[in-house]
Design a protein around this ligand. Sequence first.
Ligand code: PMP
Length: 390
Amino acid sequence: IYPPHFDIEAVVRPNILSLHPYRCARDDYQSGILLDANENALGHSIPPTASAEEAETFDKLSLNRYPDPMQSEIKTLFANLRGLSSPDQVFLGVGSDEVVDLLMRVCCVPGKDKILICPPTYGMYSVCAQVNDLKVVKVPLETDGGAFQLRMGEIQKAVADDSSIKLIFFCSPGNPTGTLIPLSDIERILEDPNFKGIVIVDEAYIDFSGDDASAVSLVKRYANLCVLQTLSKAFGLAAIRLGFALAQPPLIQVLTNTKAPYNISSLTASLALRALSPEGLVLMHEKVKTLLSSRAALLSALADMKPLGLGDVIGGNHANFVVLPILDKKGGTRPDNGRALQVYKRLAEERGVVIRYRGTEVGCEGCVRITVGAEEENRVLLERLAELLK
Ligand code: PMP
C-alpha cells in the first residue's frame, strides 16, 4: 500500500467497515425460473407502441427484472478505455454526483468531520456536505491573474492544522475555471503525510482537455486517490445518469458495499455499453472535436465584441464552456455583478438564451458562464448578446 501514511481503515467510518452488504439470491444464481426477488412475472406495463423495434428493445432489456448489481461489462470497458488494469478499479454511480455523496457518507462522520474545497468550484460538493452535516474548509484558488491554481501552502497548512478534514475535492478541468491542475500538485497532496484522508479529483470535463492531463495515471500508485468521471459531458449522455469513481480496489469495494444494490438501471446500462463501443467512441471524439473548434470560434467572436463592454475571458481553455466578465459599461474596465446579472436575466427572459450567472463566486466577479452550444446556437447567442449590449 502506498503512500505509507494512508490507512483506509482509519479513513472509512467503522460502521461502514463492519457493514454486511445487502445480498440477494441473484448474487449466486442469475438464470432459471426466477422466483426470488418479488418481481412481476407477467412483464412490464408500458403500453404497446407502434414501433416494433422499440418493443423488441424493451423485451431484450427484461424491464420487469432488477438490473445487474455489478455491471461488470461496463466496468471492464471503462477500465480499458482509461488504461486501468482491472474492473475492480471502477465504481459506477448515478452520475458522479452520487459518488460525491457516497464518498462523504462512507468517510465522514456527520457533525464532526470536514471536507476541503478550492472555490470557485462545482457547487455540489458544498450541497452534499451540508446534507451530510459536514463543515466545509475553503482554500480559494489563486485568482490573481486568472491562473486559478491551487494555493499549495495553504492547503497543506489546513490539513496539518485539522485532522478532521477527511476529503479534499479538486476539480480538473475546473468548473467554472476551465483550468487543469498539474499532476505534480495533486501528487504533492497525495504524498503529504499530514493528510490521512482521500484526494478526489473530479474530471467531469477531462475529454475536452489534451492527452496526459488525467490523474487516472496516478491511480495505480496512490491508494488515497479517487478520480471521478462521467458520461454526462463529452459523451453527451447527461440524461442516463452514469458516473464513475476510479480508484484502487479497497476503496472501490467500500463504495460497492455501501451503494444501493441496483443503482444503475438496465436502460442506462444498455445505452452506456453502446456509447462505450468502438463506434460510440468515434462519435464521442468527433463531437469533442467539433465543440473544441466551436469554442475557438466563440472565443474569437467574444473578443471582437469587447468594445460593447466585455472583458477578456478568464480561466483555462480545457472544458466545453467559457467564463466571460461583463464590464460596468461600454468601454468600461471593471467587471460588474449588477450588469452581469442583468445580462443573464435579460438574455433568458427577453431573448430566449439561457446562460449561467456566476458573479457571486470568488474570482468570478461580474462573470457569466456560457456553455459551447451547437454552431447555430452559438450564432444566435452572439447575435442576441450583441443586441443586448448595444
Ligand atoms: N462534476 C462537475 C465538475 C460538474 O460540472 C458536474 C455537472 N455539472 C458534475 C460533476 C455532475 O456530473 P454527473 O452528471 O455525472 O452527476
